[in-house]
Structure formats: C-alpha cells, structure tokens
Write a protein that binds this ligand. Structure first.
Ligand SMILES: Nc1ncnc2c1ncn2[C@@H]1O[C@H](COP(=O)(O)OP(=O)(O)OP(=O)(O)O)[C@@H](O)[C@H]1O
Length: 250
C-alpha cells in the first residue's frame, strides 16, 4: 500500500541557500508524525512545498501514491491534502457554526447556496453539530470568532480543516500563541482526531510533540537529520546536541 504522503528527494533553493535539501519523508496511513527542527531548519518551506504554495526545484510529492508535484494548491486540497490556516478577516466576524457550515457546504459544492442547503439537509446539520462538539466549541458557537479565547480560535482552525474531509492533515504550529491554561484542551482534542486522517504536525512546543506524535522527523539546515519513535529521538545524542539540548526550543 502507498504511503498517505511521501516526498522523494524534495528540493528548494532561495538563491544560494538550500532550504530543502533532498528531503525524503514517508507519512504512513493513520500516522501521528511530527516534524521538528531549530529555527531556520526549513519546516515552513517544507510545508509550503507540500501544499503547493511554493514550487519545488527538484524531487517529487506523492499523495496516496499519486504524483501531485505539479498540482495546484486547490487540486491538492481536492485530492485530500488539508492544512490549518490562521483565522483571517473573513472568519473573524462569523461564528464557529457559520464558518464550519460554510466549510462543510464548500466541500459538498454548495458555495453560496449554503443556508438553503443547510436548512434542508439533516446530514449536513449533524456534521456541523458533531464538529462543534468534537472541537469543544459548543459554549462559544454563536459568538463572533474575533471574540473567542485564542485557544478556541485555534481549535476552530482545525475544525475547519477537518470539515474539508482531508485524508492527510498538516497541522502547522497549532499551539503557537495559545496560553498555558488553554493548552490542555487543545492537546486532548488533537489526541482525539480520527485515525483515518494521517497527520503531520509541525510544532515548536515540545510538550505537544512528545504527547501527540508517535514518530518524529528532525530537520536541520534543510536536511533530513534524524527520524524515529519519540523514545528514539529523545535518546538520540546527535539530536540533543543540535536541538533538544540547546536553550532554543524552536
Ligand atoms: N522566501 C524566502 N526567501 C529567501 N529565503 C527564505 C525564504 N523563506 C525561507 N527562507 C530561508 O530558508 C531557510 C528555512 O526557513 P524556514 O522558514 O523554512 O525554516 P523554519 O524551520 O520554518 O524556521 P522557523 O522555525 O523559524 O519558522 C531559512 O534560512 C530562511 O531564512
């Protein structure tokens, strides 16, 4: 069986700087896989290559065995590659129910016809209700997003990504900026994400990485530096030297 997502010798250069240096990575089906590395290691660039925000300079990207290297962002999303986005202005004035309703409707090709569809489709309504509950948004579901605690906004971002029914989900720093008091809820929610979604987590917060991930890949200077189980990576002296042992947990 093909991997859920695979890169083969992926490359990206910015002028003379090699930001992604022939990176090969396999994301297995149902994976809980984290990508870590010090500042400037190339994590964001790698995600941008995966999602099609940036064109590659070499190598290939396979989604469930299908070569998507030349596909657009939208095509990759349609083929099942989901990602989290920062909440933008469009969603700031909307409530979680409205945003999730829009995302579910978009996936079903509803577009602007959303509310008529919703009113007549019990299955859509129950999907929205399930997402609201799963992402612990029930108590704030009718408030404008901009008024929500930051942790709830981050939960909403993940709910919106999941509403697209992805096969692979890229979680880009879901805990960034979330206050300590709201982190527990975020961790619990992430732990309960459905197993039929394969997940690659890019994260600076080591507590989250170690609690969520079952496999970890370490990038250093754009290069695939180490990979293994959480225990293997924690015990890897080379990793500790370049990364975990330093003061910089980023
Ligand atoms: N658009 C760009 N133009 C030129 N250089 C870039 C560009 N984007 C990233 N870089 C460089 O590529 C390298 C990798 O950057 P990238 O942002 O991917 O790393 P990162 O691991 O995500 O870092 P951080 O943890 O700080 O977010 C860095 O040296 C960065 O300065």
């Amino acid at each position: 069986m093909s991997a859920a997502l695979q890169t083969i010798n992926l490359e990206k250069r910015f002028g003379g700087l090699v930001a992604t240096n022939k990176v090969s990575l396999v994301l297995e089906h149902g994976a809980r896989h984290a990508l870590i590395g010090p500042n400037g290691a190339g994590k964001t660039t790698f995600v941008n290559l995966l999602t099609g925000v940036l064109p590659t300079d070499g190598g290939r990207i396979l989604l469930d065995g299908e070569d998507v290297t030349a596909r657009s962002q939208i095509q990759r999303a349609r083929l099942g590659l989901g990602r989290t986005f920062q909440i933008n202005q469009l969603f700031a004035a909307m409530t979680p129910v409205e945003s999730i309703g829009l995302a579910v409707s978009e996936r079903m090709g509803g577009g602007g016809d959303i509310w008529r569809r919703l009113g007549s489709r019990r299955d859509i309504l129950s999907e929205i209700a399930e997402l609201v509950e799963r992402f612990r948004l029930t108590d704030v579901m009718d408030q404008p997003t901009r008024a929500l605690p930051y942790g709830k906004q981050r939960l909403l971002e993940i709910a919106l990504a999941l509403a697209g029914n992805p096969r692979v989900l890229l979680l880009d720093e879901p805990a960034a900026g979330v206050p300590e008091a709201e982190r527990g809820e975020l961790l619990e929610t992430l732990a309960e994400l459905p197993r039929d979604v394969s997940i690659l987590l890019i994260e600076h917060d080591m507590d989250l990485v170690f609690s969520f991930a079952e496999r970890i890949t370490v990038l250093v200077n754009g290069t695939h530096f180490a990979e293994g189980s959480v225990a293997e990576i924690m015990a890897d002296a080379r990793v500790q030297e370049v990364y975990l042992g330093s003061d910089e947990h980023a």
